[in-house]
Structure formats: structure tokens, C-alpha cells
Ligand binder design. Sequence first.
Ligand code: SAH
Length: 210
Amino acid sequence: MTSLRTRERLVQRLREEGIEDLRVLNAVRATPRHIFVDEALASRAYEDTALPIGHGQTISQPYIVARMTELLMQGEALDTVLEVGTGSGYQTALLARLVKRVYSVERIAALQKQARRRFQELGLRNIRLRHSDGGMGLPEYGPFDGILVTAAPEGIPLTLVEQLKPGGRLLLPIGPRKEQVLVRVTRTAGGYEKEFLERVVFVPLLGGLV
Ligand code: SAH
């Protein structure tokens, strides 16, 4: 149920849904998703669906994780990426296979702790985790080539845009519950450009640490 063959079926499904970047598909193939969910849900880990991870949060649907990664990777190569919302750590693990260094922040300490254990188990060493409010970004480690937000604020946080290098991309869902849209913000010499991509459903970006 959690074999390489099962993972291969997921990769095939993502291709059918339009994921084209082979680097992303290879990262999905190389990353066991069942490690990122509760044992009781392991048999559903390779379905293309979001699953609960406790604390009212979810591990995002594989299609969305792959699509966001693909959209972030388009353009110049990324060395450093900041992820806001570590959650299960699955998206973080995919990014860690694709870029030099990943910084990931999470507001729920218990989720961060579990994610840290999973990265150790998988031998992923280029990930730095922080228990902090991702709406602030991580200025002491920025600016970043890419920022990926996996919870939805109402609008584009300028604090995050300011932590992008020129040419850097910020990918995030914005909007109220059930009416969110995926946006890619590219920092330019004079300011930034926005592209509105597709409709998505994410948990909200919240303030405060727990
Ligand atoms: N990438 C994760 C998505 C988890 S859901 C995965 O696929 O597993 C979004 C996560 O964002 C949750 O874990 C939630 O606690 C976290 N989050 C919400 N608001 C946040 C904030 N302001 N700072 C940091 N993390 C936040």
C-alpha cells in the first residue's frame, strides 16, 4: 500500500492532471508521503487528496503541492527557499530535494517537532525549521530566491515580498475561506508583478504561536 509502485501511480496521476516538470515528478517519486501522515491514514497517503494532520490542519493535496512547486521553480534556479507553514513537512521535503536550502516556519510547535523527526528519518539535512509567525517572514535569513506559503492570508503580505531577491518569486493562496486564488508575485527592479493563477482551498494563515 505504501510501496514504490503505489507512488508511481500517484506520479502518473499528477502527469494526467497536467504536472509537467520532471524535477517535481521525480521529487514526488522519491518522497514517501505515508511518513507524513498518521499511521491510521497511511493507506490513503497516495490518494490525490488532502488529509487531516491534527490541530485542525491538513497535509495539502499532492496535486496542489506539485503544482505550487512547479510554479515556484519556473524561471531562474532557486538556491534558498522560505516555506511558511511546515505542517506535516511533506512540501518541505519535496523542496529540499530541489533547492540548496529550505527554511520553513510553523506556528504550531507540535507539528514542527513531528516534521523534524521525519526529516531526520529521511536523511534530509538542508532544512532549517523555525517556530515562528510566518507572516513576518524570516528577515535574518533572507532575502530568498523563492517563498512558498501554504496557508492563506487575506491579501499579499508586503513583509514577504520585501524578503525576495530581485527576480525572486513568492507563491501563495490569498483570500477568504473557500474563495482563494493562487498568486505568483515576482520581484522586479522597480517593484513587483502579480499573476493570478488558479482557484484553491487552503487553511487560513493565522497569527500567534501555539
Ligand atoms: N505544507 C503543509 C501545509 C500544512 S497546512 C503540508 O502539506 O503539510 C498549513 C500550515 O500552516 C499549518 O500547519 C498551520 O499551522 C501553518 N500556519 C498557519 N498560519 C501560520 C503562520 N502565521 N506562521 C506559520 N505557520 C502558519
